[in-house]
Every structure is written in structure tokens, then in C-alpha cells.
Unconditional design. Structure first.
Length: 30
């Protein structure tokens, strides 16, 4: 259970970081 939770949280944080980078790229583009 713990290992699954760690991998899940890591995936969520990775996705959120990608989303933030995309938003930052959009702001930089405009």
C-alpha cells in the first residue's frame, strides 16, 4: 500500500509540474 501511494503521489506531482510549466510557457509566449 505504501509503495503504491508513493508512486501515485510522485505521478501526481510530475503531472502538476508539467501543467505549471505549460502555463508558464503560455504566459511567456504571450
Amino acid at each position: 500500500m505504501g509503495e503504491i501511494y508513493i508512486s501515485y503521489s510522485a505521478t501526481v506531482s510530475f503531472i502538476s509540474v508539467n501543467a505549471i510549466r505549460k502555463k508558464a510557457a503560455r504566459k511567456a509566449a504571450f
